[in-house]
Design a protein around this ligand. Structure first.
Ligand SMILES: NC(=O)c1ccc[n+]([C@@H]2O[C@H](COP(=O)([O-])OP(=O)(O)OC[C@H]3O[C@@H](n4cnc5c(N)ncnc54)[C@H](O)[C@@H]3O)[C@@H](O)[C@H]2O)c1
Length: 212
């Protein structure tokens, strides 16, 4: 079972947290409104969502609430960002609450938790990410290697004994000549990109089954 930290105990955060706790995970929800946190700690559910009160009550020992960022990230394997993104005057999403979460995250997080944020379908960013992953998969299959190619340190040191570092990549994706000459397979790049298309992991079977 994982420990999951969720930022924002609103509609999305609280429902997500309650569902993860129901699946058996340990969940800690962090919010910035003291009154909300107090009410949640007292067993009240401050939003209307049919059935949620029961799920939260059933999983009390697995859900906790805090105002403290450090408590929320301590030991977490996954961090979810579920703060508000209200529309601005021009109709864009105001992402300032999201950035404050990112700014507040401690620099030193020993477990290196995975930060999970909502992605907006069919935006340019979403389309670009999917296109890049597809191209990586095709290139991996053309070259007969697991897909996922990224930057890497390599076995050369400078005169201060620092490993040298270099960005590798896929021809046609990276803005650099000669990318097809060198091939570096990067499992962590595959693991990160797998979230975009978990059904096509191929040889790298990284999908974690849901707990019973
Ligand atoms: N509510 C929906 O039905 C719905 C559906 C799809 C997507 N979304 C998206 O999900 C996100 C969350 O929406 P919501 O409806 O849960 O919002 P919400 O307003 O109900 O909850 C947001 C919570 O985040 C808290 N918060 C603000 N800054 C914080 C910080 N730095 N750290 C921790 N908590 C902080 C607020 O106090 C509030 O309790 C938004 O991007 C929204 O667009 C919502």
């Amino acid at each position: 079972m994982a420990r999951i930290g969720i930022f924002g105990a609103g509609y999305v955060g609280l429902v997500t947290g309650a569902c993860f706790a129901e699946l058996g995970h340990d969940v800690i929800l962090r919010d910035v409104v003291p009154e909300r946190v107090e009410r949640l700690r007292a067993g009240e559910v401050p939003i209307y969502e049919p059935g949620l009160e029961d799920v939260v009550a059933r999983n009390r020992e697995r859900i906790s609430f805090t105002l403290d960022v450090h408590e929320a990230v301590d030991g977490a394997e996954f961090l979810y960002v579920a703060v508000g993104t209200p529309p601005t005057y021009s109709g864009d999403a105001d992402l300032s609450y999201v950035w404050s979460v990112v700014d507040e995250l401690p620099e030193d997080m020993p477990g290196r938790p995975l930060l999970v944020m909502k992605s907006y379908p069919e935006t340019l960013l979403d389309q670009t990410c999917r296109m890049v992953v597809k191209r990586q998969m095709r290139y991996g299959s053309d070259r007969g290697v697991p897909w996922g190619i990224s930057e890497s340190a390599y076995n050369l040191v400078d005169r201060y004994d620092n490993y040298q570092y270099k960005a590798f990549g896929v021809p046609g994706l990276g803005l650099k000549r000669g990318l097809g000459d060198e091939l570096v397979v990067s499992p962590y790049a595959t693991a990160l990109a797998a979230m975009l298309d978990p059904t096509r992991l191929g040889s790298a079977k990284l999908v974690v089954p849901l707990p019973p």
